[in-house]
Design a protein around this ligand. Structure first.
Ligand code: RNT
Ligand code: ZN
Length: 422
């Protein structure tokens, strides 16, 4: 697209917004400073590089076999670089323990060390990316029974406790090396397919395990611990041990971050409404922005009302520095680089729309109890020319404007992805 036209359209939009009391320059400045944590696992369907066989039971499922998935850390990093070139702003990368590079030697997950992520850290440093981290308590023989940290088997519990301890240390090493705290998020698949009779024992085992995981004090300057609950999963339909209430309670009592995953609640329950509540009781939160579709919690993020509501609450919170925004979805049925780009651009777009909200007018109307004006203004705001501001943002950030990025990704697909034989 023609640079001058993008600029012209932006100037017109700027005037239009300023008539509603909105400063577009200020919005763009704020947007450029909001990092997203891009999840590495969209690039290879949560496979990792431990064993060639792919997911080996327990907890996570992807569907689809679109060609071209990354088969090695180097390929995954190439794909990520490609994706980051299409996403405006300055972001982070979210790694899972599964993505360790242990060379020829297999290293059990409870023995992982910072050195197994040395290449990732070096690459992140060069790319100017902060790193976030996750223990991988799934896709493993010891997760096959459906229980990890809450297993009735003390040996299995011990293994996963040691893994999570190792991960906190690895997270801290990322933080120290890159000079920005790593959010290390703990999610486990534990739960019952059918109705349990003793939820309490499982939950007390989980609590005990968590206490052991977090016993070592690690500076929050380098590592921030988050815990992620869920309503149900495949194979844990009837009861998830680490439920929302369990972890919210744990996080408040133990000074942890709660991770709110958009796909982990009842279908009409939105995490947007939770943000302003939990921020009273926690220093910081982690979001897993995702899109639930029926029973799946992890579709590619699209620009839905739900996403917009999440972005609005992030912006309205005036606590942007306490909200860590991670993406969490995986679709193996479409081009994986495109999936990253679509979801991340949508998150940024939703944040921009939220930053362009005629906030002062809306707040005034609400404060005086004028809900008619509030509704009228909210609806009118939906057709304000945010697209011109978005195009301009992409342009000044040096990323493709409009759907041009797809041409670039297709080219990459033809020259790189489609040559990968699995
Ligand atoms: C699973 C959780 C979890 C995972 C990633 C891979 O339901 O959402 O966050 O998606 O850790
Ligand atoms: Zn999640």
């Amino acid at each position: 697209m023609n640079t001058q036209k993008i600029e012209q359209a932006y100037r017109l939009a700027q005037d239009r917004y300023s008539a509603s009391g909105v400063n577009t320059q200020k919005a763009l400045k704020a947007l450029a400073q909001i990092p997203l944590s891009l999840h590495c696992w969209q690039g290879d369907d949560v496979t990792g590089f431990e064993n060639k066989g792919g997911l080996s039971g327990g907890g996570i499922q992807t569907t689809g076999n679109y060609p071209g998935k990354a088969r090695s850390p180097a390929e995954l990093r190439d794909d990520l670089e490609m994706a980051f070139r299409m996403i405006p702003g300055h972001h982070r990368l979210n790694l899972h323990a599964l993505y360790a590079e242990t060379g020829a030697k297999a290293v059990p997950r409870n023995e992982l060390e910072p050195r197994h992520f040395a290449n990732w850290v070096e690459w992140a440093r060069i790319q100017g990316l902060g790193l976030d981290f996750n223990p991988s308590c799934f896709s493993h023989p010891l997760a096959n029974g459906g229980f990890t940290l809450s297993s009735r088997d003390a040996g299995i519990r011990r293994f996963w406790v040691e893994h999570a301890i190792a991960c906190r240390r690895i997270g801290a090493s990322f933080g120290r090396r890159l000079g920005t705290p790593c959010v290390t998020n703990l999610w486990i698949p534990d739960g019952f397919k059918d109705t349990p009779v003793d939820r309490r024992t499982s939950r007390s085992l989980l609590k005990e395990s968590l206490d052991a995981v977090f016993a070592e004090s690690i500076s929050e300057k380098w590592n921030l611990d988050a815990v992620e609950g869920k309503l149900f999963g495949i194979g844990s339909e009837s009861c998830v041990i680490g439920s929302h209430e369990f972890y919210l309670g744990y996080a408040i009592k133990n000074h942890k971050l709660i991770c709110l995953d958009a796909g982990h609640y009842h279908p009409t329950e939105s995490i947007a409404d939770k943000i302003s509540s939990v921020l009273f009781f926690l220093d910081a939160i982690l979001l897993h922005v995702s899109r639930g579709v029926r029973w799946d919690s992890d579709h590619v993020v699209t620009l839905t009302d739900d996403l917009r509501a999440i972005a609005e609450e992030i912006v309205r919170s005036e606590a942007l520095d306490r909200i860590h925004i991670g993406l969490d979805y995986f679709d193996a049925s479409i081009n994986r680089v495109a999936a990253w780009v679509i979801g991340a651009r949508n998150m940024m777009k939703a944040l921009l729309i939220a930053l362009l909200e005629p906030a002062a007018l809306l707040r005034k109307a609400e404060a005086r109890g004028d809900f008619t004006s509030r509704l009228a203004l909210q609806e009118e705001a939906k057709s304000l020319p945010f697209a011109a501001v978005w195009d301009y943002f992409c342009m000044i950030e040096g990323v493709p404007v409009g759907d041009v990025w797809l041409t670039d990704v297709r080219r990459y697909e033809a020259s790189v992805l489609s040559r990968r034989k699995s």
